[in-house]
Design a protein around this ligand. Structure first.
Ligand SMILES: [Zn+2]
Length: 167
């Protein structure tokens, strides 16, 4: 064991999300497991949006970071179950998004199992403006700079902003 080598989990947690670089993989909640067996590191991650091309980039970034930290043998596996939801984004992550002017996703809550009663129709979505806090905002485009974000505009401060869509 090399004493100077940082913990593999700490290294993996600091890797940034390719699509939302203000967030680390720890903030995003995609890091499922980091196991070190001898010289070998096995990292398990859960993809965010299905078919998200960022997952390959995430894997490459993890390998690069861990290799640079002294781990020569790194394997990154993806686990699809349970499926990631935006509820897995940590409170710290939500704060960082808001500070970057990106509206964080609203909490969706546990997925209902079985048929959803009609009385539980979700209320119309209110996404507060990350700049002035106004709830008078409207969606301009379902897709912003990346598929995981929508583009909205605040009717009070007139600023456009991105919103991480709930999933
Ligand atoms: Zn505003």
């Amino acid at each position: 064991m090399t004493a100077a080598r940082p913990a593999a989990r700490a290294v993996a947690e600091r890797v940034r999300d390719p699509e939302l670089p203000v967030l680390t993989l720890a903030d995003l909640g995609v890091l499922r497991d980091v196991t070190v067996t001898g010289e070998r590191v096995l990292v398990t991650i859960t993809p965010t949006y299905s078919g998200c091309p960022a997952i390959d980039e995430m894997g490459a970034d993890l390998r690069r970071a861990l290799t640079a930290a002294g781990y020569a043998d790194v394997e990154v596996r993806t686990s699809l179950h349970p499926a990631w939801t935006t509820d897995w984004i940590t409170d710290d992550g939500r704060r960082k998004l808001a500070e970057a002017g990106i509206a964080p996703p609203q909490r969706v809550g546990p997925r209902a199992a079985g048929p959803i009663p009609l009385t539980l129709t979700p209320p119309p979505q209110r996404v507060p403006c990350p700049r002035c806090g106004s709830s008078r905002t409207a969606e301009l485009s379902r897709f912003g700079s990346t598929p995981c974000k929508a583009l909205r505009r605040c009717e009070d401060c007139a600023e456009p902003f991105e919103h991480v869509k709930e999933l």
